[in-house]
Design a protein around this ligand. Structure first.
Ligand code: NAP
Length: 466
């Protein structure tokens, strides 16, 4: 057999997870023109692009235009998409080892970090990740219910996901018409009773996890006044002292927060308040078992030995009435059966993208990881590019060193036959392009950028696959 990576014996790569990390890995692999590489990308959903479709806020269409880059890659003859095929259900890790020289897991962070306080499991208290997936039309979440008849909503956390959730709750009908939000979500949000949204930051303005463009956008909504309590916009002495080393983003956040704290309300129908140095300690319920209130403790900051400013509870408490709660304190990776996982960090055990064996801590031959399941849920979409390049470079170095799997059936047809036999109604990239066209046409008919399919059955029907 000729060398792996040659024309007659191309390097066969399976990428599991069709989000940005998966696509950027393929992009880096294809850059090496001296090698012949073919990529099969698997996704459990019929649609590609992962969080770009199901996580990025529907009113951030510009961010979603990154799919043009992925689309160009997917149209290369060396690339195939096997959508609607789930690893662990339709194909196993063992199947992939039998068909590919290298496997990349780029499955993202599919669940949320839990907040362990009394009352957190009351009715109307939800992980923000579920709400995000719901309003984005993720098929697994379309039937979730959120009680938007409530007037007051608390969002725990002040990262960009919390900002997205707060903003979507505040958007007007006109603003939502310009988005690709799921149609059912638009209808329910337009008819919602929400009047007040409170975002809760456990540290101060200098430690806010949101980024300046997102913070600024909160102050520019058509139907909601954004505000900050003047006393909470002030920096505590430790934060003040830390400014000497602060980056531009932090300085800009502080400025925006200050400006919001000085604004007089303009009488818009909704109000969004960003709070600082407070932590929820307990949710209280009514007779129906629904959230009715939240107890907050005031925090102060202290400096750890490493120099980080951390929150510490004081003895000052307050109660706020809330009828709906979203906890937005970070995503978390889900283990893949048979793939080493670091439980505490919620990531696949790896070094620079090489999957590591749990016992020996040595690289597992031919297995790699990229994106949030590799490094944890941090950074913007572009962060995945260098992250994926690091993984792809390890893959290429291992190929050069002769360290690949030795699959029994490396042929292109063998993998296609495997998928065809296990999941006859798999969705190819060509199929996706048809769905894409139908979604865009449905959007045009309604004067919106896109109306998404939100049910797998519905997508398969449109493709004549059921
Ligand atoms: P994140 O940026 O890590 O923010 C998590 C937030 O939860 C922080 O405010 C954190 O506060 C807070 N938190 C954590 N544990 C808490 C606790 N026990 N009690 C109270 N608050 C707690 O995570 P994310 O918002 O889920 O976003 C994930 C990544 O996606 C981020 O890198 C984000 O920038 C990115 N993203 C980007 C965009 C965009 O570019 N527009 C949109 C969405 C998401 P501390 O800082 O005190 O830990």
């Amino acid at each position: 057999m000729s060398q792996i990576g040659s024309e007659t014996n191309p390097l066969r790569v399976a990428i599991v997870g069709a989000g940005p990390a998966g696509f950027y890995t393929a992009e880096r692999l294809f850059k090496d023109k001296s090698l012949h590489i073919t990529v099969d990308m698997y996704d459990r959903l019929p649609t590609p692009f992962g969080l770009v479709r199901n996580g990025v806020a529907p009113d951030h269409l510009k961010i979603k235009s990154v799919t043009k880059v992925f689309d160009r890659l997917a149209k290369k003859p060396q690339f195939r998409f096997f959508g609607n095929v789930e690893l662990g259900t339709d194909v196993s890790v063992e199947d992939l080892r039998n068909h590919y020289h290298q496997i990349v897991y780029s499955t993202g962070a599919q669940t949320d970090r839990y907040l362990n306080i009394p009352g957190i499991d009351l009715k109307n208290s939800h992980p923000a990740t579920e709400f995000v997936a719901w309003y984005n039309g993720h098929p697994d979440f379309r039937d979730y219910e959120f009680d938007l008849s409530q007037e007051r909503v608390a969002v725990i956390g002040i990262g960009n996901v919390a900002v997205d959730v707060a903003r979507i709750l505040c958007r007007t009908h006109e603003e939502l018409m310009e988005t690709d939000i799921a149609d059912y979500a638009m209808e329910q949000l337009v008819n919602s009773n929400v009047k007040e949204v409170v975002m809760l930051g456990r540290r101060g303005p200098a430690q806010a996890a949101f980024t300046p463009p997102e913070a600024k956008e909160l102050g520019e909504m058509a139907g909601a006044d954004a505000c900050v309590l003047p006393e909470e916009a002030e920096l505590d002495p430790l934060s003040q002292a830390s400014l000497a080393d602060a980056d531009r983003g932090t300085m800009r956040n502080i400025e925006i927060i200050k400006e919001l704290s000085q604004r007089a309300p303009s009488g818009k129908s909704k109000k969004l308040t960003i709070r600082f140095l407070v932590s929820p300690t307990e949710l209280s319920g009514n007779e129906a078992g629904e959230v009715a209130g939240m107890r907050l403790v005031k925090n102060e900051l202290y400096q750890t030995e490493g120099g980080t400013l951390r929150p510490r509870a004081t003895d000052q408490f307050e109660e706020i009435p809330v009828g709906l709660v979203f906890r937005s304190i970070g995503y978390r990776g889900v283990p893949i059966p048979g793939v080493p996982f670091h439980e505490r960090w919620g990531v696949i055990l790896n070094e620079k993208g090489r999957v590591l064996d749990e016992e020996s801590n040595e690289p597992v031959l031919g297995e790699y990881t990229a994106g949030w399941i590799k490094r944890g849920p941090s950074g913007v979409i572009g962060t995945n590019k260098p992250d994926a390049a690091e993984t792809a470079e390890c893959m290429l170095a291992d190929l050069a060193g002769g360290k690949t799997l030795n699959p029994a059936q490396p042929g292109l047809d063998a993998a296609a036959n495997l998928v065809q036999s296990r999941k006859p109604n798999f969705v190819s990239y060509e199929d996706w392009l048809k769905l894409d066209e139908l979604e865009l046409a449905a959007g045009e008919a309604q004067g919106r950028p896109r109306v998404k399919f939100t049910e797998v059955e519905e997508m398969l029907k449109a493709l004549g696959k059921v």
